[in-house]
Design a protein around this ligand. Structure first.
Ligand SMILES: [Mg+2]
Length: 443
């Protein structure tokens, strides 16, 4: 289909405004049609890409400027004393030639009027946590690289946010400025390697996109040092072999590269071609998705507990599906009437995000615990999270399970359209009164 014939909203070149987030119906205007801002995001793959690298701009210096507004237009250096080195320089100091890791005496020679502030690591850690929490509200797949930067995988979150990842990220950058008082740069791509490069391209307050289509040509004229792992020493090795640009690597055979440089050759082969399979791995704290319910009165019988387990499994499943992730370990949690906690878990052959598999595994675990003990709480969760791509492979042996998976997909669609109560399974239908939850909790 011709791009010009597509409706404006689906035409990626129509883009959006990074300041007011308004979609831009026109594909060539230089300023936002709603607010006049020149900060427009446009890219042919804008609404298809979902892997991001977010990096706060001159983080320590930005936090200090936020707390001391009188420093806003002054060059600020965060670092330790005259004999120390520069930890962070604000952008005004950078214009004057100050760089990170530069000895302080050199920095002050380049920029004598700079205000030098001793780092307050506790404060930066506090702000870093706040930024991290804002990221984790976007997707469970947040992989922190340092105090102020992280990879985010937003695949499958469009329904949850009601907008594509690109807009979610622009909104994040805007909220960060409004709510935390510092800025960040966003790199959006299809893999970690290029997302990280993109976040560095338009700093500060950047928003750069590298799509699949242009990856190889984008990389061609770049120096080999752009490749992850090519440091000073390896750069010299490559230079000796006459290799200066990524484009040269693109023309070399895989076998040749591996013969010359071993495992590093393999990496050079893939990354030079924009091929990077590394996944975004979530922070340890966010390594499970679960739901639990505390009862009005303690319950002991399977008849009472099973429908609750089913409803909770559906809740967990729907969260996994929205986040585009799956888990391999199913965990059942029970709290007895005397507040003792029992957790039981089972590992599956493949990661799952299906309510049916979560429920049936939980049910097996629950059967062994329904021995007359009275419970005040039941919870179910999945851990060992991964990307949903390898979840629930078609089970050729068990055709029934395939049918159930398809049925579940249909139920999900109906619920998306008409709400959760539109479809109830046999397990939960009409069972609301016995097990009315007192409160819901997530962990
Ligand atoms: Mg940074």
């Amino acid at each position: 289909m011709f791009a010009a014939m597509a409706p404006a909203v689906n035409n990626p070149l129509a883009g959006f405004c990074r300041d007011c987030l308004a979609r831009q119906p026109g594909i060539s205007a230089r300023r936002c049609e709603a607010c006049g801002s020149p900060r427009l995001a446009r890219h042919a793959e804008l609404y298809r890409l979902s892997l991001a690298h977010i990096d706060c701009d001159a983080f320590y210096a930005a936090v200090e400027k936020r707390d001391r507004p009188e420093l806003r237009d002054k060059p600020v250096i965060i670092g330790g004393g005259k004999r120390g080195v520069v930890s962070t320089a604000c952008y005004i100091a950078r214009i004057n030639g100050v760089r990170s890791a530069m000895p302080m005496f050199k920095a002050l020679a380049a920029c004598p009027e700079a205000v030098v502030i001793k780092p307050d690591m506790e404060k930066y850690a506090r702000v870093g946590r706040q930024v991290r929490e804002m990221m984790q509200a976007l997707t469970p797949l947040v992989e922190p690289i340092s105090i102020d930067e992280a990879f985010l995988d937003l695949a499958g979150t469009e329904k949850l946010h009601g907008m594509p990842p690109a807009l979610v990220l622009a909104r994040f950058a805007r909220n960060l400025e409004k709510e935390v008082g510092i800025s960040a740069s966003v790199g959006l791509s299809y893999c970690k390697f290029l997302a990280k490069i993109a976040s560095d391209m338009q700093k500060p307050r950047g928003f750069a996109v590298i799509g699949e289509e242009e990856a190889v040509s984008f990389l061609a004229d770049k120096p080999v040092t752009l490749i992850w792992g090519v440091g000073k020493a390896f750069d010299e090795v490559l230079e000796r072999d006459g290799i200066r640009t990524v484009g040269q690597l693109q023309k070399m055979e895989r076998g040749d590269l591996m013969k010359r440089y071993g495992t590093m050759g393999e990496r050079l082969y893939h990354l030079s071609r924009g091929m990077d399979e590394r996944r975004v791995h979530a922070d340890h704290e966010a390594k499970s998705v679960s739901a639990e319910t505390t009862f009005d009165t303690d319950l002991a019988s399977p008849e009472d507990l099973v429908p609750v387990l089913r409803a909770l499994s559906e809740k967990v499943s729907s969260r996994l599906k929205k986040a585009g992730i799956a888990g391999r370990t199913v965990v059942l949690k029970l709290k007895t009437s005397d507040f003792k906690i029992r957790t039981r878990n089972r590992q599956l052959a493949d990661p799952t995000r299906l309510a049916d598999r979560i429920f049936s595994t939980g049910l097996e675990l629950l059967r062994k615990e329904t021995d007359g003990t009275r419970y005040r709480l039941i919870g179910i969760g999945v851990g060992d999270l991964s990307d949903a791509a390898r979840a629930d492979p078609p089970d050729l042996v068990d055709l029934q399970s395939r049918k159930r998976a398809l049925a579940e997909g249909a139920i999900d669609n109906l619920r998306d359209k008409f709400g959760r109560s539109a479809v109830e399974t046999g397990y939960t239908f009409g069972k609301g009164r016995n097990a009315r939850p007192q409160r819901d909790g997530d962990s």
